[in-house]
Design a protein around this ligand. Sequence first.
Ligand code: HEM
Length: 369
Amino acid sequence: MLSENPKLLDIFNKRNQMTGAQPTALAMTVLAAAKHIDDLTVLLPQVTQIGYKHRALQVQPEHYPIVGKYLIRSIKEIVNPPQEILTAWKEAYQVIADIFIGVEKDMYAKELWKGWEKFTIINKLSTNKSGSIVEFVVKPLSSKVFGNNGKSSKIFEPGQYITVRTKPPTGNDGHYALRHYSICDIETPGVFKFAVKLADKGLVSHYLIDDVNVGDEIELSAPSGDFSLDHSLLNKDEYPLIFMSSGSGATPLISMLQEQVMKGSPTRPIVWIQTNKSELEQPFAETIERELSKLKNSENIQIYTNQNMGRIDAKFLEEKNIVRSKADIYICGSLSFMNDIIGLLEAEKETHDYHRLHYEPFGPKMSIA
Ligand code: HEM
């Protein structure tokens, strides 16, 4: 598809294509949708989450027939089913595509600004001692982004991400590269703050961290995503709030923690669990300490895997009393971290109300779901 439609290389993440994570996620979704074709409402949470990603990337209705054409071609080439089965897949794809297009139409109607807006980088600072996670502070060129009151905290949901569009001079054949980064602060009006982790061989992270400087311009699409606190529980002390992250997975959780501190009960029990390779890698240490210190019933658990401090496993969850039935749990990190934790919590389904488990992997969610 990409070789015959090179313009799509301005949308797709080359790395996720190479690892197979994104094609897997797409195939798993189409398969799940086909299985539930008689009642697709059961898949609405998944469709919504993917729809937010598509909207952030500015995927448009006219792109759907292109993806459909190559999906059907792949099924034909690989499975080679009888014609009537192929026809049924074509019809099913149309049904699924129409649902996505409909959901995304509503999201486009509500987006904070249309398409891509220019922002100036006004600050760039390391969030940890090793310098591997860097916070960018950006300000829009246009006043219409924040409207007249300039209050950024009012216009996005803590937990959401923004999407950055850049054109790295090397490594992407002159195409745009798009990346999602979680918003890591809700307190400063008139700007967005997001954190970029220096990824191994990461095209965009290296470009942003090594080559893009204060004063330079980048483009952003409007905040997106459905990872956010359950607001009905903000003032319910009987529902402990648990945050678990690995590495830069802490970023969306910091915005959520700030929201809980700002709007919620100061006596709600809160456990912050963060795992990193070492203390040098731990991002936002001071911010987290500061926010937690504003609460009366909080615990900060830092795990450094290079210090034999153990890991988050079933024993750890039990010792820390994480699987309390009413705990409202938010997890963010790499796909493998998510897989481990979700597996552990799933095994505890009897003790924990599974509905109160919210997670956002850094990578396509449906490749692990
Ligand atoms: C991401 C499904 C159509 C472009 C995804 C993801 C899924 C998915 C599951 C991963 C979401 C995540 O990160 O959690 C589907 C399905 C489609 C469809 C089921 C059709 C019914 C399209 C179309 C385009 C598109 C028409 C545009 C040509 C993308 C891109 C990503 C994505 C660029 C991000 C992948 C990356 O670069 O990492 N889609 N999609 N998708 N989709 Fe779709």
